[in-house]
Design a protein around this ligand. Sequence first.
Ligand code: GLY
Length: 389
Amino acid sequence: MNKVSFILILGFASLVTACKSGVNHQTKSTASNNLLEERYKMLLDYPVDSMSMPRSMNIKTNEIRKVPSRDWTSGFFAGNLWHLYQLTGDSKYKEQAQKWTPFSKKESVNSNSHDVGFKVFCSFGEALKVENKKEYEAVIIKGAETLCTRFNPKVGSIRSWDFNKEIWDYPVIIDNMMNLELLFEASKLSGNPKYRDIAIQHANTTLKNQFREDNSCYHVIDYNPNTGEVRKKTTLQGFNDDSVWARGQGWAVYGFTMSYRYTKDPAYLKQAEATAKFFMTNKNLPEDGIPYWDLKDPAIPNSPRDVSAAMVMASGLYELYTYTNNKSYLAFADKLMASVQTEKYILDSKIKAPFLFDHSTGNWPKHDEIDEPIIYADYYFLEALLRKK
Ligand code: GLY
């Protein structure tokens, strides 16, 4: 798609939302498009170094947090460049994407956490959508092989983390659903059913244990690795064990919708829809739909938002709509997308940094990345824009 059609699509999406709310849109949407276009270019201007990738930014100190390849977010910068190339057709984004995709390659053999999926698939997986290269396929298959070393058949799950060993025996987090895409895709590419089989077992175990009666999900389930029994249903990044960590709900909706894409298992679709409905109708959701970081934070409405949770949800809902034809998912995703494409959420153009949006929350209990630009919010926004197209 060329740049002109891209701007037209963006403009149209904003215009539709604007007309619905009765505001004078044309002026408003054009202004937002211009703001976003300026921000896109900043990804090209950013002087990446060969040792680190940008992850987030402290607006008060103007400091950009940079991470090595072992960080779970290391594949998103290259992924954003691939998305921007697909959206704009501008070869400058492709050149930079090609340059920075190999940054996370060595993570395809790092079995220290489940995040190999995020690190490898958000970069190499996006690259493969644009360029059909055997070397990209090889990294994806290697990454899947590595991820499978963390699978315990007794539990029927991939172990997410190795830290906090004094508290947990075998922690599995809802985020882990996202890493299954690497496995499903690796089976398609290699013809080896092992990766897909493990992904299905993991999804089935998650389906059984990770959800509450109301279809919200727990963040962490700790298992007994010898018997497979659930030891504890708990959290690390939520307000408390029984709260509703917003990004976790996004990972669940996106993860089960994606798993349905590869398996056509109706139980996955049912769960994705149930969690989507729980989220969309939540009484603690603000007017513009961009959730507080945890929907049970007692400080609501004086609680930080999480744009990243909204964007993961929007991208997931666009896909969910394609399998269900339920227009409420489409309308809600459109609403989230319209909300963020405004001055309130687009990062101030005076701030020269490779990020698009402000107001994401990384890890509230650790007081880490609160109400800041965080790279994965941009990643799922751009993906949602492509899906909308
Ligand atoms: N996967 C880590 C997070 O969502 O913060």
